[in-house]
Design a protein around this ligand. Sequence first.
Ligand code: AMP
Ligand code: MG
Length: 492
Amino acid sequence: MTAIPFDNSYARLPEAFYTRLDPTPVSDPALIAVNRPLALQLGVDPDWLASDDGVKVIAGNAVPEGAEPLASVYAGHQFGSYNPQLGDGRAILLGEVVDDRGNRYDIQLKGSGPTPYSRGGDGRSPLGPVLREYIVSEAMHALGVPTTRSLAAVTTGEQVVREEFLPGAVLARVASSHIRIGTFQYFAARNDTDALQRLVRHVLVRHYPDMLDSDNRGLALLESVIARQASLVASWQLLGFIHGVMNTDNMLLSGETIDYGPCAFMDDFGADKVFSSIDHGGRYAYRNQPGIAHWNLACLAQCLLPLLHEDKDRAVELAQESIDRFPDLFLQAHTRGMARKLGLQEIGEPDTPLVEELFQLMDQHRLDFTLTFRRLADLADETSASSVPMGELFEIPDALLPWLARWRERLQREETPTTQRQATMYAANPAFIPRNHLVEETIQAATHEQDLVPFFKLLEVLEAPYEYRPTDSRFATPPRPEQEVRQTFCGT
Ligand code: AMP
Ligand code: MG
């Protein structure tokens, strides 16, 4: 019996798309965690995955039957500068599986040793970034945000050298695909129109099958990706999530969030917040995320020009029309989400000041992003029997009372019953997010005390982020000043 039912469509693309190679074995692999529900969804037996044989596969010490390991090649704009040659420098794609609903997923090992694209790096990952990605990607999934996921993680028994010696680890990452804007940039820079055409077809088959019949596949792809990214970035903004490294190689055609290096959920609101230690100019600050997504999509459009129309000017026109739709699509998705967060059926033009002033007040008084909205949900129906308010954790400050009165006045014009409104608000405003100080705490315990208990506890709390449990109040509490994490690191 094959342990993982592989069917590898990327490996069937021409050799120019990747280099075939096996992961590099490690000395003493040991299991950290297996994501049992995800394994079952993918048709992989979680008990096998947790067994010695499964651990060997995740560690890269055994290549399972049916796998066709490869490192994919791509390029990308990093902080605005084009890098013609990137690629999986510390990752190996084992292959793909088709799940019980017919959806296809990549299974990739991250931290699995050097490849031809390592550019002097060691191809390895410390334990910290593996745990961070495991926690935050699974939290994003539970929050309802499209994302890559974490299937399993192992320690390698080897040390990696960064500023200090750190335990090494490998993450088995699952994604609908790992095809990036940078993958298109790689072939566009080489004027390889044939490869671009194949790539467009491959992405449509995997992510936008309804568009395969379109007479202009390149344009259909561009429009589809623009729509998905608009909705993705809106969902980040609505949760106070800062990606931190929105390079074009970190933006997937599937519209899933990828790369949890220097990311952070903000605690107190600040539109200019930046956490990444390498983002000196604030290029990827919270408020810039929609604009950067727009810019990255323009890079994708540029790559697709030769496929859009044989007449160059017409191709540019078509690309421009598509790209110009991004701001509106983003705004629509954001406005729909804000309406749910504030318990309104719709947010119209006259409501704009109400929304804008809330963010101004949150910024001015450094209010906790997550708890402000969650508290509004509590207040949407104070007599409700089913509501579990988190009153003592967060009280609306006096400075917000005039705003609160106006919001309540606005709610009176709504027809939705109060209980239903509150339910919608609870479902849009999480109580639990992977706060930086909590993530950091689990990383420190695992790295320096070999203690994984905090990691498992945090994972469990984040499985149901929209349901407040007073017994877990510690995990909803913002950091005390001395606990606050102000900088995050790629850690690679
Ligand atoms: P990232 O910042 O994670 O998006 O990575 C940017 C590029 O650097 C990608 O091509 C990675 O594969 C490569 N890279 C990052 N860390 C390492 C490492 N430890 N060894 C080799 N390549 C790496
Ligand atoms: Mg990356």
